[in-house]
Write a protein that binds this ligand. Structure first.
Ligand code: SDX
Length: 392
């Protein structure tokens, strides 16, 4: 009942795994990708460099990075027939459901992504999804806005091109905004991997049946959608907007969060592993101040968030339970400043997490891990004889 399962040593525990990708220390609030601290990577690296690092284990030199980007650009077209699938969704469809379906549908146009066993085939499938997934993200947003789909511009940087595909207005030239691109790049880095969280474990366990990379990613997107996981960034903004509509009455929401009879939780707070500050939340909070300042945006929601954080960090209920702001608490404020609609926030989380999911799937396959098969403690009925319906 404690949730801690000790399995018969003879049974391979496939509930967890050995991994060399991401290290995190929940007590000390430490996060490293392949040994590099998240603080240094967020400050000095690009998202494409971090993707290469997570997937292949080393920071790329200039030549490797250029080839990686060149290979991705060569695969950035998405089959025209995919538009028919996109068009079959109502405008009201949640973008995470659209994205998970489109990622699965991509398999039909890239059958080579299913049975990948050699590193060469894996590399090809990985390049294709790194190239095409951002197009699907952009198409999902443009469909919501009623904008014609955009095919990107391979003369731009990887993240800049994603921004262009998402935001270029019809009949207007695309204008890059350095502050916006740098903020987006940093946010994507901060979301890139987080060891065996719910959606990554989903990708690993689906991939362990050799279901293929794109199918495993589609399952991971669905797992990330939940409001207790990646869906929290959307729920945080909705919570902060509700508090703002309530005249900024944070005390009322703090009381709700502590009331065991109330299902409400303070979204963006708490973590399965971090029992200290989520290092990503610290970086994002600082970035929120910088980006809104640089863009000249006064967002009362940011002040409400800071007030809520201050109150929670001084509140016994939260202190006792070691509940701190997590990655989702401030990220939505920046997304909003970048013009991203609230129901697209978790899609942005998936875009950031893509390299991490890929890296974890590749590691699991290269390690020839057995098919995932978690065990249980049976607490059901004891053996009993069948009773015919007329006698029940
Ligand atoms: C992500 O795993 C990852 O790494 C995930 C992630 C990643 O990068 O992949 O970091 C991304 O998913 C971050 C988490 C985003 N989710 C939210 O912000 C939703 C709000 N947070 C909670 O629902 C909760 O904190 C969880 C889901 C994150 C963790 O849930 P747990 O493990 O059940 O929380 P816990 O065991 O630490 O709870 C201990 C106590 C409980 O109260 P008691 O039974 O002891 O009285 O703290 C309470 C909980 O009820 N609690 C909260 C709370 N979180 C926990 N009470 C109010 N508000 C909260 N947010």
């Amino acid at each position: 009942k404690t949730g801690i399962v000790t399995l018969d040593p003879g049974y391979k525990n496939t509930g967890s795994c050995e991994s060399a990708i991401t290290f995190l220390d929940g007590e000390k609030g430490i996060l490293r990708y392949r040994g590099y601290s998240i603080e240094e990577l967020a400050e000095h690296a690009s998202f494409l460099e971090v993707a290469f690092l997570l997937i292949f284990g080393e920071l790329p030199n200039k030549e490797q990075l250029d080839k990686f980007h060149k290979d991705i650009k060569a695969e950035s077209h998405v089959d025209e027939d995919m538009k028919k699938i996109l068009d079959s969704f109502p405008k009201s469809a949640h973008p995470m459901g659209v994205l998970s379906s489109l990622t699965s549908a991509l398999i039909a146009f890239n059958p080579m992504s299913v049975n990948v066993s050699s590193e060469k085939d894996m590399y090809h499938a990985i390049i294709r999804i790194l190239a095409k997934f951002p197009v699907l993200v952009a198409w999902t947003l443009r469909k919501k806005k009623g904008f014609p789909l955009d095919y990107g511009d391979n003369s731009l940087g990887y993240v800049e091109n994603i921004h262009k595909m998402m935001f270029k207005k019809p009949n207007e030239d695309y204008k890059t905004n350095k502050i916006v691109i740098e903020a987006l790049d940093k946010l994507l880095i901060l979301h890139a991997d987080h060891e065996q969280n719910c959606s990554t474990s989903t990708v690993r366990i689906v991939g362990s049946s050799h279901a293929g990379l794109f199918a495993s990613l589609s399952a991971g997107i669905s797992a990330l959608w939940g409001p207790l996981h990646g869906g929290a960034n959307q729920a945080v903004l909705e919570m902060l907007e509700a508090i703002e509509a309530d005249g900024g009455d944070t005390k009322k929401y703090m009381a709700k969060a502590k009331d065991k009879d109330d299902p409400f939780r303070l979204m963006g707070f708490g973590h399965r592993v971090y029992k200290n500050f989520d290092p990503r939340a610290k970086i994002i909070k600082k970035a929120a101040d910088e980006v809104l300042g640089d863009l000249g945006i006064e967002d009362p929601i940011l002040e409400i968030a800071k007030g809520l954080e201050k109150e929670a960090l001084e509140d016994q209920y939260f202190v006792e339970r070691k509940l701190y702001p997590n990655v989702d608490f401030y990220s939505g404020i920046i997304y909003r400043a970048l013009g991203i609609p609230t129901d697209m926030f978790t899609v942005m989380f998936a875009l950031g997490r893509l390299p991490g999911w890929i890296a974890q799937w590749r590691e699991m396959r290269l390690n020839n891990e057995p098919i995932g098969r978690p065990r249980q403690i049976y607490v059901g009925a004891k053996k009993r004889a069948f009773v015919p319906v007329e006698k029940r």
